[in-house]
Design a protein around this ligand. Structure first.
Ligand SMILES: Nc1ncnc2c1ncn2[C@@H]1O[C@H](COP(=O)(O)OP(=O)(O)O)[C@@H](O)[C@H]1O
Ligand SMILES: [Mg+2]
Length: 382
């Protein structure tokens, strides 16, 4: 066990690190953050901030020497530099989990190898025959860069043969994955934690609504049959077990029209779709991450309200005149409502499509909670 009073390190300094810092310090830990960019959201609330490239082995070593365990809040941390610190400190999860999750081709092959249902896919090397990959999978499909994709970046839908040439041009220099386009009933996610003793715990399944590939709403509990929710939780546990995970991870899934669950992607960290747990769960996903990596007993994931809806607040909610920023959202109605909780990440510069904060609404019935969430969202730029 890593007792309270010890120092935890986190690689990445965005909002997930910031909320981890809140949870860690509340339990009496110190939190050190390592992030290339100065004045990051997590650095503002962490005990100490290290700013250097992820490939700076000296600085990483110095960071590692001050920590009892290191976790992640960003999955595109390069893996190789971590080899140099793995003898100094517990990496939780281990870098091999990170390595699988940060590349879509490795991720999908890993899932297939471990008998986890996955979206039909084909891999195409950089400069390889994308048209052949598309033929293998069939139309319609989605082409994604294997590396560094997030919030729908590096993705292109190929609906018909006429789109193939544009995709070939766009992905000429990238290693890519071609995926069958899934006409899903809904998108789901499960956050799972596992500790070094093999104890596991899942959060209630979230139903996620994306707009322009970015998470817009998370609805918890998901409006699905309980057998499907149990199956989703079981898949997340199977994945955590197969990795020998020590830490926390999120699994995104598609529920198809014929009731099948397919894993879309995994993240070896807390997840946007788990933010509702800060305001509607006995233990938040951030506290659970702390508990899982330190060896404290895992916390209860029981909800504290029958229904919760999390709404992302993007830079779009600010007032714009063309490209010029002309004002802030109107927070008054949201802040006045006792059923809503606002979280802002302290990012200095709002940009369109940039995650600036979120709010969670709780209530007794899902239909009313969702309606209130939508109307409070609309109130931000009345
Ligand atoms: N194969 C697919 N079929 C249908 N929709 C997809 C598919 N892949 C991605 N999407 C949509 O795009 C969103 C973002 O894609 P995802 O693979 O999760 O990448 P990331 O979240 O890393 O940007 C998904 O949540 C889903 O709404
Ligand atoms: Mg995703």
């Amino acid at each position: 066990m890593i007792p309270p009073g010890s120092t935890i390190g986190v690689l990445g300094g965005g909002q997930l690190g910031r909320m981890l810092a809140h949870a860690a310090t509340r339990l009496g830990y110190r939190l050190h953050v390592y992030e290339p960019q100065e004045n990051c959201p997590a650095g503002e609330v962490a005990t100490r901030e290290f700013n250097s490239a992820y490939t700076d082995k000296e600085r990483l070593k110095e960071f590692a020497q001050g920590c009892a365990a290191i976790t992640y809040e960003f999955e595109n941390v390069p893996v190789k530099p971590l080899w140099a610190i793995e003898d100094e400190v517990q990496l939780r999860p281990h870098w091999d989990v990170l390595e699988v999750c940060q590349n879509r081709a490795r991720e999908k092959n890993w899932l297939k190898r471990n008998n986890i249902p996955v979206v039909p896919f084909a891999e195409v090397e950089a400069g390889g025959d994308l048209a052949a990959g598309i033929r293998t999978v069939g139309l319609p499909c989605v082409v994604k860069t294997a590396d560094f994709g997030y919030d729908g970046k590096g993705q292109l839908k190929v609906a018909s043969k006429a789109d193939v040439a544009a995709a070939q041009k766009a992905f000429a220099k990238s290693r890519a994955v071609v995926e069958g386009f899934i006409d899903f009933k809904c998108e789901l996610s499960v956050v799972v934690a596992r500790n070094a003793d093999g104890q596991m715990s899942t959060f209630p399944v979230a139903e996620n609504i994306h707009t322009k590939h970015i998470l817009d709403f998370s609805i918890v509990p998901a409006r699905i049959e309980s057998a499907v929710a149990e199956e989703a939780a079981q898949l997340a546990c199977n994945i955590a077990e197969a990795f020998g995970l020590v830490g926390l991870m999120a699994v995104e899934l598609f529920l198809t029209d014929d009731g099948k669950l397919l894993v879309n992607e995994m993240a070896p960290r807390t997840h946007n779709s788990g933010h509702w747990s800060l305001d509607a769960c006995v233990t938040s996903q951030f506290e659970q991450q702390v508990r899982a990596i330190t060896g404290l007993p895992l916390g209860s994931t029981e909800m504290t309200a029958p229904a919760a809806v999390m709404v992302n607040i993007l830079g779009d909610a600010w007032k714009w005149d063309g490209d010029a920023l002309v004002g802030s959202p109107d927070w008054a109605q949201l802040l006045a409502d006792p059923r809503a909780k606002l979280h802002l990440y302290g990012k200095s510069e709002p940009r369109r499509a940039r995650k600036m904060g979120h709010f969670t609404v709780t209530g007794r019935t899902m239909s009313k909670t969702l309606a209130l969430a939508r109307s409070l969202k609309a109130s931000l730029n009345d």
